[in-house]
Design a protein around this ligand. Structure first.
Ligand SMILES: Cc1cc2nc3c(=O)[nH]c(=O)nc-3n(C[C@H](O)[C@H](O)[C@H](O)COP(=O)(O)OP(=O)(O)OC[C@H]3O[C@@H](n4cnc5c(N)ncnc54)[C@H](O)[C@@H]3O)c2cc1C
Length: 448
C-alpha cells in the first residue's frame, strides 16, 4: 500500500510536536510527513519575554525545524488555501510559483495572530508581542529610548521616550511589561548616570477589572500589588481609545505621548483558515471534536484534524453550561502540545484501523515571570509568589522547550547571566541593516 501523506500546516507548538511524533511512531512505509511553515523554526513563545529582557539569546528561544524534524519533509512557505474536498493545499514558497500539495490527512495548525481593534493610530504606532522579531525589536527599541532620553536636552522628548505603555493584562502582556521594566531598571542603575528609574513611566491598560486570569483572582490581585509597588501604573477597567502620532488617549480621560505602545490584548485564530473549506465557530476557529477531528455539524470531516490556537476543541474535563455545551480549551501552549500528541496518535490509529481517543487534559494552572527572581504561580491548586514561583516558571519552561540541545543552551544562558549579568546593549541597527551601506553608496560620486 502507498504510504499515507500527512500534511502539517504550521510548525509551532502543535505542528512541531505532531510532526515529530508522527515521524517517530509511523514507519516510512506507512506515512510520509510534510510540514509547511514560512519560518525555519518553531518559536517557544513562553520564552519571548525572557529573550526580550536579554536573559536568553533569541536563537535559543526558537527550535530549528531542520535539526529536529530530520524524518519529515520541510517546505518553507505559506499555505494560502486548502481545498479539503479535493484534499489539496496551495503553498506559496519564498520565491517562485505556488505549489499544489495533495494529502490524505491534514493537521491545520497555523496558530493565532494579535487580536487588534480599529483604534485610531494603533496600526501605525503599536507593536505586537507574538514573534521573536517583535520581542527583539521591542528590546532594542526600549533600550534605544534610554539613549534618546540620556542625550536629549528637551524634557518633552525625554518624557515621551521614557513612557512605556502596554495594552492587555494576560500573561504575554504582564510578562513582557514586567521583564522590560526589570531590564530598564537594571540598565539605568548600572550604565545611565543621567537617568534614574523614577524618570521612567510604565502604564498597563487593561479593559477588564483584573489581570492574569490564568493564575486566578487572588494571584492576579497579588500581581497588581507587586507591579504597583514597582511604580507601574496599572489601570484596570480602562481601554485605549486612540494613539494617533503616539499620543495615548485612555478611556479614563488621561492623555500622554509615548514612543512605545505594545499591544498584547489577546489573540484570534490565524486568518489563513478563512482560505479553507473547513467549518468555523463563531470565534472564527476550526470546529473540532474532542478527538481533534474537524467536525461540520455532526459530520466528521474525514482526514482533517486541527488543534491549538486556531481550533475550537471541547474541553471534556470542563463543566457543561445550562445548554449542555462544554467549554472550549483555552489558547495555550499547555493544551497545544498535548493536543498535538493526541492528534498524531489518532492519525496513527486511523491509519492502522484502530479507534480514535478523545483529548483529555485538565488545565493545571499557570506560572508567570515578573522579572528576575520575581513571579507568580497557581498550579495544581498550589499558589506561589516571588522567588519560588519564578524558579518554578524557569524549571517548568526549561522542561517544556523541545530538544535537549535547546534546554542546554537555555541553561547556559541563565548561568552566564548569573555570573556576568545580562547584556543590555541595544542593537537597533539590526532593524535597518542596509542604511549604512546605502548612505555610503549614495555619497559616492557617479562615474564621469
Ligand atoms: C509572549 C507569549 C507568552 C506565552 N506564554 C505562555 C505560557 O506561559 N503558557 C502557555 O501555556 N501558553 C503561553 N503562550 C501561548 C502559547 O504560546 C500558544 O497558545 C501556542 O503557541 C499555540 O500553539 P499553536 O501551535 O496553535 O500556534 P503557534 O505556536 O503560534 O504556531 C503556529 C505556526 O504556524 C505558522 N503559520 C502561520 N500561518 C501559516 C500559514 N499560512 N502556512 C504555514 N504556516 C503558518 C507560524 O509561522 C507558526 O510557526 C504564550 C504566548 C505568547 C505570545
Amino acid at each position: 500500500m502507498k504510504p499515507q501523506r500527512i500534511l502539517v500546516v504550521g510548525a509551532g507548538h502543535v505542528g512541531l510536536y505532531a510532526a515529530l511524533r508522527l515521524s517517530r511512531k509511523l514507519s516510512s512505509r506507512e506515512a510520509e510527513v510534510i510540514i509547511v511553515d514560512p519560518q525555519p523554526h518553531m518559536t517557544y513563545q513562553p520564552f519571548l519575554p525572557e529573550a526580550a529582557a536579554g536573559n536568553i539569546s533569541p536563537r535559543h528561544a526558537v527550535v530549528p525545524l531542520r535539526r529536529e524534524l530530520k524524518r519529515c519533509k520541510i517546505v518553507a512557505g505559506e499555505v494560502t488555501k486548502v481545498a479539503h474536498t479535493a484534499k489539496t493545499a496551495t503553498v506559496q514558497p519564498y520565491v517562485g510559483p505556488a505549489l499544489e500539495i495533495e494529502y490524505d490527512h491534514i493537521i491545520v495548525a497555523p496558530g493565532s495572530v494579535s487580536r487588534t481593534l480599529p483604534i485610531p493610530g494603533l496600526r501605525e504606532n503599536g507593536v505586537g508581542f507574538k514573534t521573536i522579531g517583535e520581542a527583539i525589536y521591542l528590546r532594542n527599541h526600549v533600550l534605544e529610548r534610554l539613549d534618546v532620553a540620556a542625550s536629549t536636552t528637551d524634557p518633552a522628548v525625554r518624557s515621551r521616550a521614557l513612557t512605556f505603555v502596554f495594552i492587555g493584562g494576560g500573561y504575554a502582556g504582564i510578562e513582557a511589561l514586567a521583564e522590560m521594566e526589570d531590564m530598564v531598571r537594571d540598565a539605568i542603575n548600572r550604565y545611565y548616570p543621567e537617568l534614574t528609574p523614577k524618570d521612567t513611566r510604565w502604564v498597563l491598560i487593561e479593559a477588564a477589572k483584573r489581570i492574569l486570569p490564568e493564575v486566578g483572582p487572588e494571584m492576579g490581585a497579588y500581581t497588581v500589588t507587586q507591579l504597583t509597588k514597582r511604580g507601574i501604573d496599572v489601570r484596570l477597567d480602562t481601554r485605549l481609545e486612540s494613539c494617533v502620532d503616539g499620543v495615548v488617549k485612555a478611556s479614563d480621560g488621561d492623555e500622554f505621548p509615548s514612543d512605545t505602545i505594545v499591544w498584547t490584548a489577546g489573540v484570534k485564530p490565524s486568518p489563513m483558515i478563512e482560505a479553507t473549506d473547513f467549518p468555523r465557530s463563531q470565534r472564527g476557529a476550526i470546529t473540532c471534536l474532542p478527538t481533534l477531528q474537524v467536525v461540520d455539524g455532526d459530520r466528521i470531516v474525514e482526514g482533517a484534524w486541527s488543534a491549538g490556537d486556531c481550533a475550537s476543541v471541547p474541553d471534556i474535563t470542563g463543566t457543561p453550561d445550562v445548554n449542555g455545551q462544554l467549554p472550549f480549551c483555552s489558547p495555550s501552549a499547555q493544551h497545544a502540545v498535548r493536543q498535538a500528541k493526541r492528534a498524531a496518535d489518532n492519525i496513527r490509529n486511523v491509519i492502522r484501523g484502530r479507534e480514535v481517543r478523545p483529548y483529555r487534559h485538565k488545565h493545571v494552572g499557570s506560572v508567570a515571570s515578573l522579572g528576575l527572581h520575581k513571579g507568580v504561580a497557581h498550579v495544581y491548586g498550589v499558589k506561589l509568589r516571588g522567588w519560588p514561583a519564578w524558579m518554578m516558571h524557569r524549571t517548568y519552561h526549561m522542561s517544556r522547550i523541545p530538544s535537549t540541545n535547546r534546554k542546554v543552551r537555555v541553561i547556559a544562558d541563565w548561568t552566564l547571566a548569573l555570573f556576568l549579568r545580562r547584556e543590555v546593549v541595544p542593537l537597533g541597527s539590526l532593524h535597518t541593516p542596509r542604511e549604512a551601506f546605502d548612505e555610503a553608496a549614495a555619497s559616492t560620486p557617479p562615474r564621469s
